[in-house]
Design a protein around this ligand. Structure first.
Ligand code: C5P
Length: 233
């Protein structure tokens, strides 16, 4: 299975985003467009980055009743993104509605993955704030199982959970993992973190890396370091 590093374009607007992408002359990184940029610039931003030749993970984390999510997926599917996601916490019917809505995509449908437990949540927050009285790892595996039942392609989870997800749900079930830091970085608001090298060893298929690349003094070098460590080259 193809492994890759996905850069999280957590920027406020088009100008900042394109300035960042212009630094990459030799490579076309796989990028993630999340809520911050999408809500500021809309679908045109997705089309523009796609036209520049990047693969795109549209990270809007859909979570609503099945009918509404189905409609959202129908709106998104014409954009030609390569990956998109929703919250597994919306339940199996919601995830199935999304998967069904992708069946009528012209061309190759995007990979549809589910967010399990946000990597910013630790055990204490899961129990005392979200009121899920389970171990983080068990909750992740349960949500991942639901996503598979609903016909999704994989999950977003911590690299620390990738091995268990593959063990239980198969090697073809994708693990897309944020919460990646170079050994020397601050963790920021991420609680369950690991290095690109370790994420590879733990079985992540894709790592999503934001600040360690976007806030680096030399973003291209940071991206290359990430690719080298993750792909073991
Ligand atoms: O800057 P950093 O590397 O922490 O960015 C991680 C990216 O992955 C952010 O865009 C964040 O929204 C996203 N993400 C996450 N945890 C999830 C799902 C997505 O951190 N469970």
């Amino acid at each position: 299975m193809a492994k890759d590093v996905i850069i999280a374009l957590d920027f406020p607007d088009r100008t900042t985003t394109l300035k960042f992408l212009d630094q990459f002359q030799e490579e076309k990184p796989y990028v993630k467009i999340g809520m911050e940029l999408y809500y500021a610039e809309g679908p045109q931003m997705v089309r523009e980055i796609k036209a520049r030749g990047h693969k795109i993970f549209l990270d809007l984390k859909l979570h609503d009743i099945p009918n509404t999510v189905s409609g959202a997926v129908r709106s998104i599917r014409g954009l030609g993104v390569d990956m998109m996601n929703l919250h597994a916490g919306g339940g199996i019917a919601m995830m199935k509605a999304a998967a069904d809505a992708l069946k009528d995509t012209d061309g190759v449908p995007p990979q549809l993955i589910a967010v399990t437990i946000l990597t910013s949540l630790n055990q204490e927050a899961l129990e005392n704030e979200v009121w899920v009285n389970r171990k983080v790892e068990d909750a992740v595996l349960h949500y991942a199982g639901n996503a598979k039942v609903a016909g999704l392609d994989g999950v977003v989870c911590s690299p620390l959970e990738a091995g268990k997800v593959h063990e239980r749900l198969g090697c073809d079930f994708l693990t897309v993992t944020p919460g990646v830091r170079f050994a020397s970085n601050d963790t920021g608001d991420q609680q369950r973190v690991t290095t690109p090298k370790k994420a590879n060893e733990l079985g992540s298929d894709y790592i999503v890396v934001g600040r360690p690349i976007t806030k680096a003094e030399d973003a291209v070098m940071a991206y290359r370091r990430c690719m080298n460590e993750f792909l073991n080259i």
